[in-house]
Design a protein around this ligand. Structure first.
Ligand code: CA
Length: 227
């Protein structure tokens, strides 16, 4: 497990480097924002510990660049300012957790371990969500509002496609090729029948309705809550 620390204060960065190395992590330290930004964007790390107040490129800029580039590596930020605004801003920009200086090393280590564990779990057990509908790709389990819904393999594939492209209109031809592996034949109503069965399971007993028919175009999983 490799951790990048971006922290300009020598005392803190050295304290972190030493502690995390002793805890068994491979640690790289950047003492300025410019190098930290470059490393974060180009190298692989399992976690980044990011100081907010850096003299050149600030922590928020680094965090924003990472998230804008779609890099979803866990980020724990350190802030000296014990202000609510700072914490809200960091979390809004996509940080996973924060610590207010000064902090105990044991506390930092506990946060680091939790974030790393969460990252692993996320990759191993992907779950798709749309409002209160949940699709667990590993256990093949579907629930809505916490209630288990029995579903066939074909319906599961259809629902997975709709959920992966929620709020996009999916033409019947696309659904046919992705779920049935066949070319769309306008004489067959297999898709409409499958959608009707799926609706009976995930929509009939619930509000709002998620599956929407877009006349003349196809179907859409609507997460606006207006269905
Ligand atoms: Ca600093």
């Amino acid at each position: 497990m490799k951790i990048l620390i971006v922290e300009d204060e020598a005392k803190i960065s050295e304290y972190l480097r030493q502690g995390l190395s002793e805890a068994g992590f491979a640690v790289e330290v950047s003492r300025n924002g410019l190098d930290g930004h470059h490393l974060a964007m180009t190298q692989h790390y399992d976690l980044i510990i990011l100081d907010v107040m850096l003299p050149d490129v600030g922590g928020w800029t680094i965090l924003k660049s990472l998230r804008d580039a779609g890099r979803d590596i866990p980020v724990l930020f350190l802030t000296a300012r014990d202000s609510i605004e700072d914490r809200v801003k960091g979390l809004e920009l996509g940080a996973d957790d924060y610590l207010v200086k000064p902090f105990a090393f044991a506390e930092l280590l506990a946060r680091v371990r939790t974030l790393l564990r969460r990252g692993v779990t996320k990759a191993a057990e992907p779950v798709l969500n749309a409002l209160d509908l949940e699709l667990d790709l590993m256990s093949r389990r579907v629930t809505r509002a916490g209630r288990r819904i029995a579903i066939t393999a074909r319906e599961f594939a259809l629902l997975e496609l709709l959920m992966r492209h929620h709020d996009e209109v999916l033409p019947r031809s696309l659904i046919a090729s992705q779920v049935w592996d066949m070319n769309f034949d306008s004489d067959t109503n297999v898709i409409d029948v499958a959608i009707r069965r799926l609706r009976a399971k995930i929509d009939d007993a619930f509000e709002p309705k998620l599956i929407r028919t877009v006349r003349g175009m196809g179907y859409m999983l609507d997460t606006s809550g207006e269905g």
